[in-house]
Write a protein that binds this ligand. Sequence first.
Ligand code: FMN
Length: 191
Amino acid sequence: MNHILGIVASPREGGNTEILMERVLSAAREEGAETRVFTVAGKTIGPCTACDACVRGEAEHCVIEDDMQELYPMMQWAEVIVFGSPVYMGTMTAQLKCIFDRARSLWREPGGMLHKGAAAVVVGEGRWGRQEFAVQTIWWAATNHGMLVLEPEADVCAVANEPGDVLKDERALKDAEALGRRLARLNLSLG
Ligand SMILES: Cc1cc2nc3c(=O)[nH]c(=O)nc-3n(C[C@H](O)[C@H](O)[C@H](O)COP(=O)(O)O)c2cc1C
């Protein structure tokens, strides 16, 4: 059974993205998957400074000593990573972009990002709040790492604003549970 990591890239603890991610992960656990969650709320993940120490192999992962250090081994552990983000200005949050950039060191590592499964869970306040574009930016970043994405219908888009509003978006909750079940059973045999 797959190891599934959920990354919640909202700075709001207990926010909509976190609630939706828990739906995905609990459905996956019911199917036998092992899950872990990492949330950026209350944590510091700075931007890449392009020092290239990771590329030259001069740092285990990254020379920046912040909460990304806790995330690296979790990303290595996972076979599937679910990237959760609120829509911010039509795209993923800055925190999630920092995670994708700082994961550059995992490019060259066995058990890094290559050929792992990726899925997106996004929440925006507007019905036309650019959720789809945010999902696409997650796809671009994930596939840039060599990760594998599913077809569009598999990812989760929600409409919600105040924390907890997402519990009223029944379609999104249903989609989140379907995604969790699907990811638990996903056969990642590309190697
Ligand atoms: C800086 C900022 C930018 C936002 N930009 C958008 C946006 O472009 N489209 C949208 O639909 N919602 C936007 N929102 C609203 C959030 O996506 C929405 O409140 C979401 O439910 C927050 O998720 P969370 O509870 O997980 O933090 C923005 C919120 C903030 C704070």
